[in-house]
Design a protein around this ligand. Structure first.
Ligand code: HEC
Length: 407
């Protein structure tokens, strides 16, 4: 992206180019609109906010512009932490926070410039609070407080939770309610398909004195499957209308909570999840996973893993959304549908282990029997001396796509 010379950090007030000067953006009505829509629910004024500083209101925004790398973070698409290219070159996504190039230029110019206020009468009204989730009929609640281990930066804790379903029901949406918002960094709920998987999870729970059990790589039971994922800043999630994922009656689930304790206030946590349920849905959906084998050369700034899954003949339906999963070395990736048209489903321009989202398409994508879903993961192995292979540990890597699909 080209930054006009007048706006670069070093050229302030020293613009000698013959290009017409770009009007300087002002806070009220311009910058505040971008911040309100894309930043302020995490960078709130409230001390209990998720992000380490506030971007709410003129004074806080100026303070942040003076003391934090706003221009760097938005130009490199580190912030907001949503990495699916929404420009239309691949797909577009519902409710995504993808800054346009024009919005990035405005923020960069304002943050690196004189932080002009403009006229408070033009202030952008704060966005309305997100609507509550309807149809909540069950809750996931570990049943007690948990005090995260304070001696580590990242802790992964699994809780075996009974949603109390007498019979099969369809999950149509959910809302995660972090107990201690300053440490809960993501929540993944895994379904347990049978009694053996449930007994395995309960055994792990019983084997640890504190509530739950440690689960850095995954929930443990090999047959556990991804049900829902949540990262901070996501409000209530409603699955596409008419779709839902079957939850088995009488079966517990595993709720994995990632605690990021770098800024811990040492308070306990009791995160719960509201579940919106329906007895029946028009289109039963399922999460398909697509996996690539991982065997990466060390010492490479960009090395890829590619894998695919063929849909069985006769299969057909729609894909509504896609997520990816890698560990710490990920730098980007993508998911495509090949055969029967070659369609880009997701193009991640960046990756952060801390921000794993399910990106919902604006328009669901058709798939047919024989189609292959292909996942590509890119990694930086510059700091490795030995090959990096698949595994659950933080020193290992994974390459997975999760696809929300219905018939
Ligand atoms: C979903 C929550 C969320 C949203 C939305 C968000 N941020 Fe952040 N931001 C964070 C968190 C949390 C951190 C602390 C670092 C981290 O965990 O990645 C952070 C850190 C930052 C930093 C410091 C980065 C550094 O390297 O020190 C800047 C600057 C920033 N955010 C700017 C923004 C701007 C500007 C927007 C909107 C255009 C935005 N953020 C949107 C959560 C968010």
């Amino acid at each position: 992206m080209r930054i006009p010379c007048c706006l670069s950090v070093f050229a302030l007030g020293a613009c000698s180019s013959s290009e017409p000067p770009v009007p300087s953006p002002v806070y009220y009505g311009e910058v505040d609109a971008i911040l309100a829509e894309n930043c302020v629910d995490c960078h709130a004024a409230d001390e209990d906010r998720l992000a380490p500083f506030s971007l709410a209101g003129y004074d806080d925004a100026v303070l942040a512009a003076e003391h934090t790398p706003i221009a760097f973070a938005v130009m490199n698409r580190i912030m907001p932490p949503y990495y699916a290219d929404d420009s239309g070159a691949c797909r577009t996504y519902h409710g995504n926070r993808w800054l346009t190039d024009a919005q990035i230029s405005t923020l960069v110019a304002w943050a690196n410039g004189a932080h002009a206020a403009g006229d408070p009468a033009d202030a952008t009204p704060p966005p309305p609070p997100p609507p509550a989730l309807d149809g909540v009929e069950a809750w996931l609640d570990p049943g007690a407080d948990y005090l995260p281990t304070q001696s580590v930066d990242d802790e992964y804790r699994c809780f075996v939770v009974d949603p109390g379903l007498a019979a099969d029901q369809f999950l149509t949406g959910f809302q995660v309610r972090p107990g201690n918002g300053s440490v809960v960094h993501h929540v993944i709920v895994f379904a347990l398909p049978d009694a053996a998987a449930e007994a395995d999870a309960l055994g792990r729970d019983a084997g640890d004195l504190a509530l739950g059990y440690p689960c850095p790589g995954g929930p443990g039971p090999a047959s556990a499957s991804f049900l829902i994922g949540w990262a901070p800043g996501n409000a209530a999630v409603r699955f596409p209308i008419g779709t839902g994922i079957r939850m088995l009656g009488g079966r517990r689930v595993v709720m994995q909570v990632h605690y990021n304790l770098a800024e811990s206030d040492r308070r306990v946590d009791r995160t719960t999840v509201d579940l919106a349920l329906a007895a029946a849905v028009a289109d039963e959906a399922a999460i398909l996973s697509v996996r690539a084998d991982v065997d990466l050369l060390p010492g490479q700034p960009d090395v890829a893993a590619i894998g695919a899954r063929a849909l069985p003949p006769g299969a057909g339906g729609r894909i509504w959304g896609v997520a990816m999963h890698m560990h710490q070395r990920g730098i980007g990736g993508g998911v495509r549908r090949v055969v029967g048209g070659d369609a880009c489903l997701l193009d991640l321009v960046n990756w952060s282990f801390h921000w794993q989202h399910l990106y919902w398409f604006d328009t669901p994508q058709p798939v047919a029997g024989g189609d292959r879903l292909e996942v590509t993961c890119h990694y930086d192995t510059s700091d490795d001396r030995t090959p990096v292979r698949w595994g659950e540990g933080t020193g290992d890597e994974m390459c997975l796509a999760y696809v929300y699909a219905s018939q």
